[in-house]
Structures are given as structure tokens and as C-alpha cells.
Design a protein around this ligand. Structure first.
Ligand SMILES: Cc1ncc(COP(=O)(O)O)c(C=O)c1O
Length: 371
């Protein structure tokens, strides 16, 4: 079997060794005569997997002891509501920095959540050009553009906008205000100083594993101070006090995440991931920039994403042809999000440099044949 070259934006390519390990262990996990999916989440076999996944994440991402690592469900979308429900006290407001489509969604959801709870939300910065849904996002803000409220409950940002291909390469300074970050599409692509953030959340289905689990890394003090007048299942303290085992967790998704984290460790952890990802992104951006305008990246140079590379061709018809011919060459997942069009290549951790080289050779040939 040949593996398809998979540039999907999420769910996305998984490392082959992590899948092979799952295959080898599928029917008989740890000599138990059953699969990990069939074990109780309170049994010692599953609990070992759960603890190993948390331990590997803490080790690889250098997560300080004063942070909880939580596994939750409902995707990053549920976090759009849970963050404000937990963290904005009645009568207070939270600040949002909007650099793309996911940030817009986070604000919309936070408005609904806070309206229910006598709190509010404010946009501290929106770098979109145009109006409403048609807004175009091509950059992150400069420090001076963020009009932060020093009394805000937190400042929310999206480190990488998956649809727009816009990424922060340095994080804003929120001062004494807790910084909250949706890192769904660039979590663990390299080391970050976790202590810069009060809360990080990330859906697993890009860099970490299959869909079904979302990771929350939160300062224990923030979790403890969270609101108590919201349903138990939505309080971060419930997950924290129960080691993310309050209700039945997505055991197989967490098991596969364990396999992916073990693979990342084997390869050399975050420094190796960073090296690998920078090489892939520079190879692809060089192919775009060196195409004499045949391919064009709309994102400002300094805000270009290492994980989701977006580019355009001269017409939508040519983009369709490009995607169709790429598919014939066993490359999938390259169409831009339906809301923005164009081409999007996702270069998450599991994507190898060989795949990117195959793509850039294909791009050169395509430009020659269609230029
Ligand atoms: C940056 C970002 N935030 C949030 C989401 C929503 O994630 P989910 O579908 O897991 O709710 C996505 C999904 O692609 C994303 O890329």
C-alpha cells in the first residue's frame, strides 16, 4: 500500500509509526486480550495510557507544575464558550484579538456565553480588512494596535489562523492580564514558553492525534478562581479535580495521542519538530515566491504560517485544475477552506519533507505547463 500524501487541515495526517503501533496493539492491548477501546476508563490498563499521555505532554512541552493538563471534549469550538463561562466574572469583560475566521467565531461565542452570565466581551483589536464575513485577514497586529483593557478578565488570541494562514511568531504582551490562546493549529509545532499564557487550548486533530479530544493547559490558580455558577461539566475545576476522568473520556483518541507524543519524543521532541517544520515551510514558500508570480501568497511575509500555507493562482479555474491534477498525483487536502477559496497546504508535524518536495516539484511542472 502507498500512503496518500495528505495535506488536510484537520483531521490531518498522522505519523505512520503511531498508526502502526495502534494496528499492532489493536486486538490485544498490553496482553489483556482486548483492545484499549474496550477497557474501562477506570481500569489500570487505560489509566496507564492516560497518565503516559499527560506525562509525555508535560515533558515535551515543558509545562510548569502550576498548570493543569486537561483532556476535554466538544472540540476547540466548545472552548470558545467554556473559556468565557469560566473566566469572566459577572460585571467584568474579556478582550479579544481577532486575526482570522476562528478568532471571529471565538468572539461570537463568547458574546453569547457572557450575555447569559451578566458579563461582556470587547474586541481589543481586529486586523481584518473589509466588513463582516467578507473580511480579509493577512497579518497579525503590531503591539501598539492592541487596545487592551487593563481590567479585562483575560486577553484571547488565536496563535495560528488555520483558514487564513496567519500566525503569530511572537506573542503579545498582555501585562498583568491573563493571556488565553487558541493554539489548535500550531500546538506543539515547536517549544513555547507556556508560562507566558494563563490558558492554552488545542483540538487534537492537527498536530496531536485524531479528533475527539481537546487539550487544555491552564494555570491552577485560574481554574480555582473560575465561576461556580455554571454547570459542573463546563467548569474546568471538574476536569482538574478528576484528572479528566469525571465523565468517560474519548479513550481511543487519547490512546492515539499517546502514540503520537511517543513518536515526537523518539524523533527528538520540540527542537526536532521545529527544525522539521521550518524546513518544510521554507521549501514551500520558496517554491511560491520563486514562481515569478504564478503562485502568490496573500499573507504578509512576517505573519506567514508555518503550519497552513495558503496561496492563489491567477484564476479559480486554474486553482481547480491544480487541485484536480494534484489529486491524480496522490496529493489530497490542498483546497483552501470553502469560505476563502484558493489553495491551502497544511504542514503539521506528521507531514514529512519528502511530501513537500513532491509537491514543490509538481508545482514547478504545473507552472511550466500552464504559465
Ligand atoms: C484555530 C482553530 N480553532 C478552532 C477550531 C475548531 O475546532 P473544532 O472543530 O475541534 O471545534 C479549529 C478547527 O479547525 C481551528 O483551526
Amino acid at each position: 500500500m502507498t500512503r496518500t500524501i495528505n495535506f488536510n487541515a484537520g483531521p490531518a495526517a498522522l505519523p505512520l509509526p503511531a498508526l502502526e503501533r495502534a494496528r499492532a496493539e489493536l486486538l490485544d492491548f498490553a496482553g489483556s486480550g482486548m483492545s484499549v477501546m474496550e477497557h474501562s476508563h477506570r481500569g489500570k490498563e487505560y489509566e496507564a495510557v492516560h497518565a503516559e499521555a499527560i506525562g509525555l505532554m508535560r515533558e515535551l512541552y515543558a509545562i510548569p507544575a502550576e498548570y493543569d493538563v486537561l483532556f476535554m471534549q466538544g472540540g476547540a469550538s466548545q472552548q470558545f464558550a467554556m473559556v468565557p463561562m469560566n473566566l469572566v466574572p459577572a460585571g467584568k469583560s474579556a478582550d479579544y484579538v481577532v486575526t482570522g475566521a476562528w478568532g471571529q467565531k471565538a468572539v461570537a461565542e463568547a458574546k453569547l456565553a457572557t450575555a447569559m452570565l451578566g458579563a461582556s466581551v470587547r474586541v481589543a483589536c481586529d486586523v481584518g480588512a473589509g466588513e463582516g464575513k467578507a473580511k480579509k485577514y493577512v497579518r497579525v497586529p503590531t503591539a501598539g494596535e492592541i487596545k487592551a483593557d487593563p481590567a479585562a478578565a483575560y486577553l484571547h488570541m488565536t496563535s495560528n489562523e488555520t483558514i487564513d494562514g496567519v500566525e503569530f511568531h511572537a506573542f503579545p504582551d498582555a501585562g498583568a492580564v491573563p493571556l488565553v490562546c487558541d493554539m489548535s493549529s500550531d500546538f506543539m509545532w515547536r517549544a513555547v514558553d507556556v508560562s507566558r499564557f494563563s490558558l492554552i487550548y488545542a483540538g487534537a486533530q492537527k498536530n496531536l492525534g485524531p479528533s475527539g479530544v481537546v487539550v487544555v493547559i491552564a494555570k491552577k490558580s485560574l481554574v480555582a478562581a473560575g465561576r461556580k455558577d455554571i454547570p459542573t461539566i463546563f467548569q474546568y475545576r471538574t476536569a482538574a479535580e478528576n484528572n479528566s476522568l469525571y465523565n468517560t473520556p474519548p479513550t481511543f483518541a487519547i490512546y492515539l495521542m499517546r502514540n503520537v507524543l511517543a513518536w515526537a519524543k523518539e524523533l527528538g521532541g520540540m527542537p526536532a519538530m521545529e527544525k522539521r517544520n521550518l524546513e518544510k515551510a521554507s521549501t514551500l514558500y520558496e517554491a511560491i515566491d520563486g514562481s515569478g508570480g504564478f503562485f502568490r501568497c496573500p499573507v504578509d511575509f512576517a505573519s506567514r504560517s508555518v503550519m497552513n500555507v495558503v496561496f492563489r493562482l491567477s484564476s479559480e479555474a486554474l486553482e481547480e485544475k491544480f487541485a484536480a491534477e494534484a489529486k491524480k498525483a496522490h496529493m489530497v487536502g490542498i483546497k483552501g477552506h470553502r469560505s476563502v477559496g484558493g489553495i491551502r497546504i497544511s504542514l503539521y508535524n506528521a507531514v514529512g519533507i519528502e511530501w513537500v518536495k513532491t509537491l514543490t516539484h509538481f508545482m514547478k511542472d504545473f507552472a511550466k505547463a500552464n504559465g
